[in-house]
Design a protein around this ligand. Sequence first.
Ligand code: CYT
Length: 444
Amino acid sequence: MNNQQFSVIYDISHYWLKNAHIPVCLLETDFDIPSQTREGLSLVDIEINEGVIIQVVYSLTHLPSPETENIPTIDLKGGQVWPCFVDMHTHLDKGHIWMRSPNSDGSFNGALDAGARDAEKYWNAEDIYRRMEFGLKCSYAHGTKAIRTHLVCFGEQVNIGLEVFQTLQKEWEGRLILQPVSLVSGDYYLIEAGEKLADKTLDIGGILGAVLYMNSDLDNQLERLFSLAKERQLDLDLHTDENGDPNSRVLYKVAEKAISHQFSGKIICGHCCSLAVQTLEQVTATLKLVKEAGISIVSLPMCNLYLQNRQNNHTPRWRGVTLLHELKKEGISVAVASDNCRDPFFGFGDHDVLEVFNMSVRIAHLDMPYGDWPCAVTKTPADLIGLPNIGRIGIGLPADLILFKGRNFSELLSRPQHDRVVLRNGQIIDTTLPDYCELDSLFE
Ligand SMILES: Nc1ccnc(=O)[nH]1
């Protein structure tokens, strides 16, 4: 982006952004959009004052008036404007350990092993703080405003990880909204430490989480998990069916349990990969139950593409993602998010939600049409994690916006858009990414 023309924003608080293409699905206005492009974009002018959006008007019918003529204007020349992103499923405590703990074979089990060994050997408050902070710097610079992260909470780890998280949550207040989810396997809640973890999760304003697997004790684990959540009025955020086994039907079991408990909190199920390799009858039954139970789904396409269907020296035949289109068609809320970043579960990434959207479009064909898929990284996750004022553009909302050069989706998704401008409360932020060498001393 030619930042020259933005220099005006450094000095003033009242200005117009003109000729901005906005995905109509992200726009909350009090007027009907007169026209949109084939891809669902509309050309609007946005008036910002004191950090707040005070007017959105359709560009082609927006005539100059004496009141607006003296207000500085930045002509975006058709570049897209999005609200800041919401990354609703991450693992910030594991981030950036790749160089010291790579995944030896690229499999899910390889990731579990390498992740556990890394935690045992290296994780202390400083190590977690520095890697987590690095991740937050990347997220913020790329234009994210809210992040939910799962945090490993086994044994003694719980005190270190959650304390570091709370420190960073405070330090980043006003810049990033951070939500913690307790991450343990489902059996952990059956022991006393599991109950303590539920109490601790309540104390820190977190969400109760677990990785769940098909096994003979699953019903027992779910019974306990729902009871603990209900007693404390906690929401649930679960890892379910992150595999390609058609017999893996944890999502179905969670839905059954939610209905039998008449659970009124929010339930998010992440991954749900195996749904894509099940029979039509099974899929139909699961979707019906998921809808009835009010469960929402978050898909993690980059991580799934990486780990699923991995067999040494074989070409993967399956993209690893869940049935995004079918879930949405059933009226179930569907979001996509980053998941892991430069760790054994996903060896790449930079906490850039535009990359997540870009990859999701390619992996899951979210482009024919784009429709309201831009909501999957903005408005939908904002609603699902209880932040209904973010992830959208509307009058009275903070001017937390990302300005891209790409005018249509082909331009937006064909170049990395590293020259994007990020506005927070109407002011340009520094989008310089942290240097990788900041972490070097953790790997000596
Ligand atoms: N995809 C993942 C599953 C479990 N733990 C992780 O860190 N990531």
